[in-house]
Design a binder for this molecule. Structure first.
Ligand code: PDD
Length: 289
């Protein structure tokens, strides 16, 4: 996954080799920051507004003052793609931290936030999207404010690694027996024609793709029920799928070595994948106009 040469640093653009942080940096030392990952298809952002809005919500929740307005950031991010002549499928990673300051838990006074954003290629997971993926289940040991897209990802990293070590793609997390989400995606169970997923409380990330899945379900007349399902419900599921900016709408065919239904992606998951595809195309037309 190659990183494009021009990155955004603070409010301007520079070559990626010029980015230099002191070791006393709040993001590095405390994970004191927030981030976003935005999907790019054919050189155009998908769900740019939604991600930028969420970045502002996350920053506000942890009292980090960003250097720009919402509108300014969107314009800068569009410029970032132009400057890199980005034309492929990829993603932008952006993060804001509380800045560079001598290490002290207390917020530093009058220090500007640090910000950077860079673009990289990310081909779509065509084979996984077609065939589905295997997952494990893990206890959700994260804090209470998972709706904030914080840099503190250690529990997520450990869960994803556990999945990888068992030959799986994702870890489905559960708290007190109720499925919350996955290490880096939202998760849904289909039963008797209904979609069930954890409500958008403070306990999960309010995924941008999740918002679209809700809309697609509405458009397709499929009940979208924001009710957490239990780990024990999984073995009786008709279908299971994930969503995220990098995973899109991804069928799950195995959980903890147990096959889901026929072991093949289900009909509702397929309909949502089609709706996703159509949405990507429509959004691109809007941005290239
Ligand atoms: N992950 N839940 C968690 C814990 C996530 O980290 C993500 C995104 C999602 C899905 O959010 P969205 O639909 O807005 O991408 C849900 C990104 C892709 C990541 O950290 O790489």
């Amino acid at each position: 996954m190659s990183v494009y040469p021009i990155i955004m640093a603070q409010k301007s653009f520079t070559h990626k080799d010029n980015l230099n942080y002191p070791f006393e940096e709040r993001g590095l030392q405390f994970g004191d920051g927030v981030y976003e990952v935005i999907r790019i298809y054919d050189g155009a952002y998908y769900l740019l507004e939604e991600h930028v809005d969420r970045l502002f919500r996350s920053a506000e929740a942890v009292k980090i003052k960003l250097l720009f307005t919402n509108e300014e950031l969107k314009a800068l991010l569009l410029d970032l793609l132009k400057r890199n002549e980005m034309k492929t499928d990829g993603k932008v990673y952006l993060q804001a931290t509380r800045g560079s300051a001598p290490r002290d838990h207390v917020f530093p006074a009058n220090i500007p936030a640090n910000f950077y954003a860079y673009v990289q290629d990310q081909p779509r997971h065509s084979e996984k999207l077609e065939k589905g993926v295997s997952t494990i289940t893990q206890r959700d040991i994260r804090w209470e404010n998972c709706y904030i897209k914080s840099l503190n990802l250690l529990p997520n990293v450990l869960a994803k690694q556990a999945a990888k070590e068992q030959g799986c793609y994702e870890a489905i997390l559960h708290k007190d027996g109720v499925v919350t989400e996955c290490s880096s995606s939202n998760v849904y169970l289909v039963k008797n024609g209904n979609i069930y997923t954890h409500p958008a409380t403070k306990g999960i990330l309010h995924g941008c793709v999740r918002m679209r899945v809700e809309k697609f379900a509405h458009d397709l007349d499929i009940p979208f029920i924001e009710e957490g399902f239990a780990v024990e419900d999984i073995e009786m599921a008709d279908e299971l799928f994930l969503s995220s900016s990098t995973s899109e709408v991804l069928p799950v065919i195995k959980v903890d070595n147990q096959q889901i239904a026929t072991g093949k992606p289900g009909a509702i998951t397929r309909k949502l994948q089609e709706a996703y595809e159509a949405d990507v195309k429509q959004r691109q037309i809007q941005f290239t106009k």
